[in-house]
Design a protein around this ligand. Structure first.
Ligand code: MG
Length: 367
């Protein structure tokens, strides 16, 4: 960043990542100028944000996202909404040559091949906000010399609980994440480890690594945010207190760093110990499913994402149990006829079909 203010828009400013991004920007107000803020449905909060940060314009809901992402005045757009609505605007921004700070997982899980090849074609940087990918991004100096990526997982609230406990888990238990404070959908995904499954697919697209070269390790303290192994066996990890402010700030100020919102200095002595263990793929079949769907490619990951999301909503609505999320998602994936090299329209069609099918299946067996 030179002395000029960086012009930024935030898609999803009223969500968890969006709100934290504005806290970062507030600390670095001389570094940023906000072009637009787009909120989901919290009109009141969006108005408050607009009064405080004075963007050129705001929008609520999906309308207006295309306008924001076509506005070439933006240097960077933070895509912090959740769900598939992030995909089209992200592609629009890429086509307009605007860099992306990407917090929305669906963009890469649904259309990683298209998004990354468009980004390359338009010479656009996609800088990950997801803490694991941000960690890997910070570790990589020369990607051609990296042998594998090691993604850490906190393990969620059921890490050391029995399968029985997990089967009978309430919504409150699933939402009680031990380390990170996040939106509801992603918190349930963390409890089932599907979040890690989605992150494996994200990493595959972002860094161009084969699935065989992406490992997952459970690390309950969430201090090591992820690591890479170089060809010579040297491992570089990115370490820090679990706060989303750091990856958000890194992504929107990259390649520069500022003190910003940093609250306290890191101390290894205070941490005292770091634990690591293999993920239990029997208890959490999501990780293996994600590897398999990722390797299958095409619309396989679209199907997995859509089925999982609908199942998570049904769980949050009290219609199904936590463990049913696995069986529902697996069933939809097993029955899906994969389209290879799908167009964006194919992707949205499959997404919609799977959602309808998943809802029908749930209504049939759990009502
Ligand atoms: Mg993450």
């Amino acid at each position: 960043m030179d002395n000029k203010k960086r012009k930024i828009s935030i898609i999803g400013s009223t969500g968890s990542i969006g709100r934290q991004a504005l806290e970062v920007i507030e600390k670095l107000e001389d570094k940023f100028e906000i072009i637009a803020l787009a909120g989901g449905h919290n009109k009141e909060l969006l108005q408050k944000q607009a009064d405080k940060f004075k963007p050129k314009y705001t929008c609520l809901g999906e309308d207006g996202l295309e306008k924001i992402c076509s506005d070439k005045e933006n240097d960077i757009i933070l895509v912090a909404c959740s769900g598939k609505i992030g995909l089209r605007p992200t592609l629009t921004a890429i086509k307009n040559g605007i860099d992306i700070a990407l917090a929305n997982k669906e963009t890469l899980v649904m259309a990683g091949d298209i998004v990354m090849s468009e980004a390359k074609r338009h010479n656009v940087n996609i800088i990950p906000v997801d803490s694991e990918h941000c960690a890997i991004h910070q570790c990589i100096k020369d990607i051609t010399q990296v042998n594998k990526l090691i993604i850490t997982a906190s393990g969620g609230p059921f890490l050391h609980k029995s399968i029985e406990d997990m089967k009978n888990a309430t919504v409150e238990q699933a939402l009680a994440h031990p380390r990170w404070n996040m939106g509801k959908k992603i918190t349930v995904d963390s409890a089932t480890l599907m979040n890690k499954g989605l992150e494996i697919i994200e990493a595959h697209h972002l860094f161009g690594f084969d699935y065989e070269k992406i490992d997952v390790v459970v690390h309950p303290q969430s201090i090591v945010h992820s690591a890479i192994e170089y060809v010579d066996g040297s491992v570089i990890a990115q370490i820090g207190l679990p706060s989303m402010h750091i990856p958000i700030q890194y992504a929107i100020t990259y390649p520069e760093r500022f003190e910003g919102i940093k609250s306290k200095s890191f101390s290894f002595a205070d941490i005292a110990r770091l634990d690591f263990e293999k993920p239990d793929y029997k208890k959490f079949p999501t990780v293996e499913l994600a590897y398999n769907m990722g390797k299958t490619g095409g619309t396989a990951t679209v199907c997995m994402n859509a089925a999982n999301e609908e199942a998570v909503f049904a769980f949050l609505d009290g219609k199904i149990k936590l463990y049913n999320i696995f069986e529902i998602t697996e069933k939809m994936c097993a029955e899906h006829e994969v389209i290879q090299n799908p167009s964006i329209e194919d992707i949205f069609d499959v997404d919609e079909q799977i959602r309808v099918k998943t809802r029908e299946y749930i209504a049939k067996f759990w009502n």
